[in-house]
Design a protein around this ligand. Structure first.
Ligand code: CA
Length: 240
């Protein structure tokens, strides 16, 4: 059996922002979301650089997908450092990155910042990533409850981004199963659409494109003060 991803991506400006600093990729092997920080135009540039560096992975088979993702992320980090040094307007540019690469029956994941990866398997939704944010650190310390963190004024403050500095991405590998459903999203979605609604929507929509559209629609209905991006993928048997 040979597994591939059937994937789709929907990204929206949201109702308040005037530019979209999210960039995403939805391929047969690679999924990625990058949410730029540093304000326009720097944020847009940083997320674009990151997705370009990662998208090269789509073209080849990878014996070690986790290593391949890590190398691509390092390359993105260097390019972002060069961009920030080349132009004072781009000082401070950076981006979150959450990316998944399928190789054989393994899914490798790298993660920096506060975009999220979710897995829906057998009806259960599991968050694969941990937010690298100030409020998540306070939740870990028992200072805030997750409910308080959701509405905290500094909930968007990330503790790490891909911005040309030393980087320690979270890394994981898991065994893929046919019928697994994946979601990568920017915080513009996960901030306003609760996990149980994400789970119901991923369960209800059989087509990745329809599911991604519906998730973004739900975020817009909830007010969407930020850019909203959803990459939805189903793990399928390429021969099936
Ligand atoms: Ca965002």
């Amino acid at each position: 059996m040979s597994l591939i991803l059937r994937a789709a991506c929907v990204s929206d400006l949201g109702l308040v922002r005037e530019n979209n600093e999210d960039t995403a990729y939805a391929g047969r092997r690679l999924l990625a979301v990058a949410d730029g920080v540093g304000g326009a135009p720097a944020g847009e540039l940083a997320s674009d650089i990151a997705i370009r560096a990662l998208s090269a992975l789509e073209e080849a088979e990878h014996d070690d997908p986790l290593d391949a993702l890590t190398v691509a992320l390092d390359s993105a980090n260097r390019s972002i450092r060069e961009a920030s040094q080349a132009d004072p307007e781009h000082a401070g540019l950076g981006t979150t990155v959450t990316a998944v690469l399928l190789a054989g029956d393994r899914l490798a994941l790298v993660h920096v910042g506060d975009s999220r990866g979710y897995l829906l398997r057998d009806g259960d939704l599991k968050q694969l990533t941990k937010d690298e944010t100030y409020v998540q650190a306070l939740v870990d310390q028992g200072v805030l409850t997750p409910e308080q963190a959701r509405v905290h004024p500094h909930r968007s403050l990330v503790t790490q981004a891909v911005q040309g500095r030393k980087l320690t991405p979270a890394r994981a590998t898991l065994a893929a199963q046919p019928a697994d459903r994946l979601l990568l999203c920017s915080d513009g979605l996960s901030d306003v659409v609760p996990d149980d609604v994400i789970a119901q929507t991923m369960q209800a929509y059989g087509e990745p494109q329809e599911c991604a559209s519906q998730l973004v629609k739900l975020a817009l209905q909830a007010g969407a003060r930020d850019n909203v991006t959803a990459v939805v993928a189903h793990v399928v048997d390429a021969d099936g």
